[in-house]
Design a protein around this ligand. Structure first.
Ligand code: CAA
Length: 256
């Protein structure tokens, strides 16, 4: 199906979204953010979709950041409104989705592009992908959650270095730091993403949903542990639980 700025497809329970703004390296303008939101809502409500994948159109970029031309004359108020809107409808929205979202990073993931990848639950990058938060080179800082999600993924020291230098890193370094889950040759990105999705989809959908909620609440405080306790307990007595445990005792694979 062709949208204005995105292409979508559902195949074998995977909902694919390809950002289709290649000439601007898939930079995120307001229209694209809103269209991506619609796509996410649509996939969330589609029972055929079990895993969602976001990737960039063209062979150069996943997303090269927020669209600089859109905010070049912004002041405090407009910047606050832009960040609040983007975070609400896209970045926080994706992080909280009950279905796993994988970022298939096919090239530059910079600024808002890396922030989009970081709001996804998993990241697979090609060997040629480059990642960075270059906002300080523009006289701003990351505004779509970058200063919060990057330290959570790679630690405070590494996040300080990436954000304060604004330097790009290659995918091997990103893998060593824990910023991406896997690095693959360009021609294997699709195949590897499908394999990752299939490994997840064989498991209980209710468990996947509860695990995402629980992991998202991990902040090292008792609140996180309480959420885990709630989500753990929530799994018991469900049809997924019945099937999982029954299949174990019957020595067969569960059918969720
Ligand atoms: N916003 C708007 N347009 C962008 C863009 C962006 N973030 N990134 C690339 N483009 C546009 C370029 O302006 C260019 O358009 P024209 O052909 O009309 O001139 C087109 O995409 C192709 O880009 P380049 O010619 O620059 O391609 P390149 O191969 O020479 O360089 C690049 C690639 C290194 C990624 C370079 O495009 C670049 O540095 N882009 C900006 C990266 C950046 O600073 N991102 C952070 C944005 S701020 C942000 O995201 C804020 C936030 O946290 C909320």
């Amino acid at each position: 199906m062709i949208g204005k700025l995105t292409l979508i497809e559902v195949q074998d329970n995977i909902g694919w979204v390809k950002i289709n703004r290649e000439k601007k390296l898939n930079a995120l303008n307001r229209e694209l953010i809103d269209e991506l939101h619609e796509r996410m809502v649509n996939f969330q409500n589609n029972p055929d979709v079990k895993v969602i994948v976001i990737t960039g159109g063209g062979d150069k970029a996943f997303v090269a950041g927020a669209d600089i031309s859109e905010f070049s004359n912004f002041g405090f108020k407009e910047a606050a409104a832009m960040a609040c809107h983007g975070n609400r409808v896209l970045f926080d929205f994706i992080e909280k989705l009950e279905k796993p979202v994988i970022a298939a990073i096919n090239g530059y993931a910079l600024g808002g592009g890396l922030e989009l990848a970081m709001s996804c639950h998993l990241r697979i990058a090609t060997q040629k992908a480059k990642m960075g938060l270059p906002e300080v080179t523009l006289g701003i800082i990351p505004g779509y959650g970058g200063t919060q999600r990057l330290p959570a993924l790679i630690g405070k020291g590494n996040a300080m270095e990436m954000i304060l230098t604004g330097d790009m890193i290659d995918s091997e370094k990103a893998l060593k730091m824990g910023l991406v889950n896997q690095v693959v040759p360009e021609e294997k990105l699709l195949e590897t993403t499908i394999i990752m999705a299939e490994r997840i989809m064989k498991n209980a959908p209710n468990s996947i949903k509860c695990a995402i909620k629980s992991i998202n609440s991990a902040d090292g405080t008792p609140k996180g542990f309480q959420e885990e306790n709630f989500q753990f307990s929530n799994c018991f007595g469900t049809s997924d639980f019945q099937e999982g445990v029954t299949a174990f005792f019957e020595k067969r694979k569960p059918k969720f």
